[in-house]
Unconditional design. Structure first.
Length: 338
């Protein structure tokens, strides 16, 4: 049996489950928010027992961690408040709740036998700076990256070349008056606004990479499924293709990364224990490939459907193989239904 750990609303999880069901394999799904609602742990001198409602953990042979708690689910866990009416007591309680649940989740994941895990079982993000440093060590081209705290240093940098800034960790999600605000990559102005203080929180800055197009490459069990995104054709998406133009979508097409770059990215994935993830890159006008970042839980539907890669089916197959054999097999083997 396969256990899929995800969040309440994730279309890619649904698509993979459809294929697992089509192949007739048994599965169960545990959404992160349900973990908090149903978990029961018993520890004493004679036994250890861990349960989630009707979930039969002893029958699980393969576990795929896709996602955890969705943004829309947080109100089922934390005390409710709005940006317009912040309660400092609630803030402190919510901080305590997060720490309590973080300890609980860490214990749960540590209790799962490693041989059952398909991929990476960890709700914490991979450190972006560690990834960039390892990519550099492997000979992968990366943007010039700086962490700065000083207005003068930033102004000096912005006077030398075009500079962008983005989150050191995951981009923020902020909800206010039923509106959702997301953090995107942004260019730093040549002349900094007066609001930028002399000293500020440590922030990440990179040189802006000129591009022919962006590349999203989904990595699965040693193989790459890549797509070129012509985001530079639209002003709205030039800095960050996630700033979608829903009226005029970016043109995309299948893409083949150079073999030597794939080998280096494969080594990068192996170093961080990833067998299913998304790589973001840029191809420059000089035909260089520049690595931006890796996302362990990256969306693959956006690559699968336009390029006809059928990644949902391939993922389902790999999970079934892991469940049946205790380890994944080469994807060229016969599919379960044949």
């Amino acid at each position: 049996m396969i256990l899929i750990i995800s969040q309440t609303h994730d279309a890619s999880t649904d698509d993979v489950i459809d294929w697992i069901d089509f192949y007739g394999e048994k599965f169960q799904r545990l959404n992160g928010v349900d973990f908090y609602k149903t978990i029961k742990i018993s520890i004493d001198n004679s036994c250890f027992d861990l349960k989630f409602g009707e979930l039969e953990l002893d029958k699980i042979r393969a576990i795929w961690y896709r996602r955890w708690v969705g943004f829309e689910d947080r109100h089922d866990i934390l005390l409710k408040q709005s940006l317009a009416n912040i309660n400092p007591i609630k803030n402190q309680f919510n901080h305590f709740i997060r720490e309590e649940l973080r300890s609980l989740v860490a214990f749960f994941f540590d209790s799962i036998p490693e041989e059952k895990v398909f991929g990476r079982l960890d709700p914490n993000e991979i450190n972006k700076l560690k990834v960039l440093k390892k990519a550099r060590d492997l000979g992968i081209m990366i943007p010039k990256t700086l962490i700065l705290t000083n207005r003068g240093k930033l102004q000096e940098l912005a006077g030398q070349y075009r500079v962008i800034t983005k989150a050191i960790s995951n981009s923020p999600f902020i909800e206010h008056e039923r509106e959702m605000y997301l953090g995107y990559t942004a260019e730093v102005l040549n002349e900094l606004p007066e609001e930028v203080p002399a000293q500020f929180m440590p922030s990440l800055f990179q040189n802006l990479i000129q591009k022919k197009y962006e590349i999203r490459s989904f990595f699965l069990q040693g193989k790459f499924y890549s797509m070129a995104i012509f985001s530079q054709a639209e002003q709205q998406t030039q800095l960050d293709f996630r700033n979608y133009n829903y009226r005029k979508s970016n043109r995309t097409c299948p893409y083949q990364l150079p073999a030597i770059l794939e080998e280096k990215l494969r080594s990068l994935a192996d170093h961080f224990g990833l067998n299913a993830c998304s790589f973001d890159l840029v191809k420059t006008p000089e035909n260089d490939h520049v690595f931006l970042e890796v996302n362990p839980g990256g969306q693959f539907g956006m690559v699968s459907y336009p390029c006809n890669y059928h990644l949902e089916k391939k993922l389902a197959f790999e999970l079934i193989q892991h469940s049946r054999n205790g380890n994944t097999q080469d994807s060229s083997q016969t599919h379960p239904e044949k």
